[in-house]
Design a protein around this ligand. Structure first.
Ligand SMILES: [Zn+2]
Length: 170
């Protein structure tokens, strides 16, 4: 809850002042101004909605979310956005490389706040995504790429299910 309150406080206190940029140095190190710089460097105007959703997305380390999950967080944080805006923002962030969309589940898109290439475990029944440890897999003996093409990257998804009798953590 304190996290949500600090989001509100940060947005209310800082965003109106962002247009006049005289005291930028004083805010160095502030996550919100870091986020604003990050959006600008990626070529996105740091609108209030992008900052609010970016704060929720990137403020808690590496995560994997669907639009619905982020929308729920935004509602709880009292960020006034529609689900359509959440979708659009996630796709914009993905286009500029701030997020990576994961092809895990045909019915809904998962977005990874760590856009670098890495591999995942996917617990299908529960829709839960986990990063694989760095040493988790080595991909060797890939087929040759088709004529005129090269391999741009390899992402492995290892699909999991709970063993019969294993208890859910919750
Ligand atoms: Zn990941």
């Amino acid at each position: 809850m304190s996290e949500l309150l600090s989001l509100q406080a940060a947005l209310n206190a800082r965003i109106p002042a962002l247009s006049g940029d005289a005291s930028g140095a004083a805010r160095r190190g502030c996550p919100l101004s870091d986020l604003r710089d990050r959006l600008r460097r990626a070529g996105l105007r740091p609108t209030r909605q992008r900052l609010s959703l970016g704060w929720l997305l990137f403020g808690r380390g590496d995560r994997h979310l669907t639009a619905e999950m982020l929308y729920d967080e935004a509602m709880r944080a009292k960020v006034p956005v529609s689900l359509a805006t959440v979708y659009n923002t996630l796709h914009q962030f993905t286009e500029v490389g701030l997020l990576r969309q994961l092809a895990l589940d045909g019915s809904k898109a998962y977005f990874d706040t760590n856009p670098s290439e890495h591999h995942h475990f996917f617990l299908e029944d529960e829709g839960q995504v986990m990063d694989m440890p760095d040493c988790g897999i080595s991909v060797e003996s890939l087929p040759d790429a088709p004529e005129g093409m090269e391999i741009a990257g390899v992402e492995v998804i290892v699909r999991l299910r709970r063993r019969a009798g294993a208890r859910r953590q919750s």
